[in-house]
Design a protein around this ligand. Sequence first.
Ligand code: PAD
Ligand code: ZN
Ligand code: ZN
Length: 375
Amino acid sequence: MSTAGKVIKCKAAVLWELNKPFSIEEVEVAPPKAYEVRVKIVAAGICRSDDHVISGHIESPLPVIVGHEAAGIVESIGEGVTTVKPGDKVIPLFTPQCGKCRTCKHPESNFCLKNDLGKPRGTMQDGTTRFTCRGKPVYHFVGISTFSEYTVVNENAVAKIDAAAPLEKVCLIGCGFSTGYGSAVKIAKVTPGSSCAVFGLGGVGLSVIMGCKAAGAARIIAVDINKGKFAKAKELGATECINPQDHKKPIHEVITEMTDGGVDFSFEVIGRLDTLMSALLCCHEACGTSVVVGVPPGSNTLSVNPLVLLTGRTWKGGIFGGYKSKESVPKLVADFMAKKFPLDPLITNVMPFEKINEGFDLLRSGKSIRTVLTF
Ligand code: PAD
Ligand code: ZN
Ligand code: ZN
């Protein structure tokens, strides 16, 4: 029997309070309104940004259903939807691409003004919610809330992908892989023969390393305080791995000495102010570029001596690897299918959705890279 047009009751992981485990609840998911799409989630990865919501490091109204790195199948569509149809394999997009706003029309930028990232309302783009639990509305996270068996997304926040794509792998293209890889090839525009330093070797940082390697970097210095991450970093292209705790000098000085005055490109992929500063200072004072990828706590600010930039450094950042989401995600999936990059090395754990809290424990203990939850 078709579920189109009806409320669907299903399981979702609801976060009722900060710093508490998710509670697996029965939720009601309303049908999609005009220009919206209801998606049956098949696989969802766990990204540190989801954990940032639990800790309060990323602000969100509560209760909320988080999750933003997933793949699924269209269950039904609202009026006016033309770019996907029921049965299509899709990836939800945490940064939408409306195609009409100033950002979307700019050839280089991707932070579409329809996003719910900067000052999150926790709603769909029309300001209302589609989830209810125990009679209360539940908020959305970045417009896609993927830790639910069913979710509703705007048409500009979902991309149709190859029908043959393995959803339990390509879900990583929804955030971690694309964010890291694009930060190297699209935001930094890493050049052949260059030197790079990558701070933080989680799923996103390792994807930065893959991007640096694909762009032809000659040296890729991987930096982490967890030595357990070094073998995987080397497998994916790091030429050297360093632990700041093994050095008496500040790590930016160590890297500057190793690289004749600093690297060409550096990346902060942790989300801390001290490592943001180290990454900035370890790129060459005259010709280095440093890219902010990690999400630091929203309320924190850095104080920077402008002379650090006056000598010629470039400091930039970007969401989702700089990719315009709706047009780029299908191409990234096609590249994966054509074996242009692997995703398997990033997936260390696969478990049923109900074990979501165990998946987060593995991330926090530094034992996993990406855990993929299957529905
Ligand atoms: P992760 O937690 O899997 O990886 C972070 C890594 O940093 C771990 O290996 C840690 O051991 C390491 N680390 C922690 N503290 C330090 C330190 N002081 N010095 C050196 N290394 C350290 O996270 P992830 O890879 O899922 O995400 C990384 C960041 O990127 C995180 O802040 C997340 O919110 C952000 C992110 N940004 C975007 C975007 O669009 N810009 C998208 C997705 C994730
Ligand atoms: Zn993410
Ligand atoms: Zn837009």
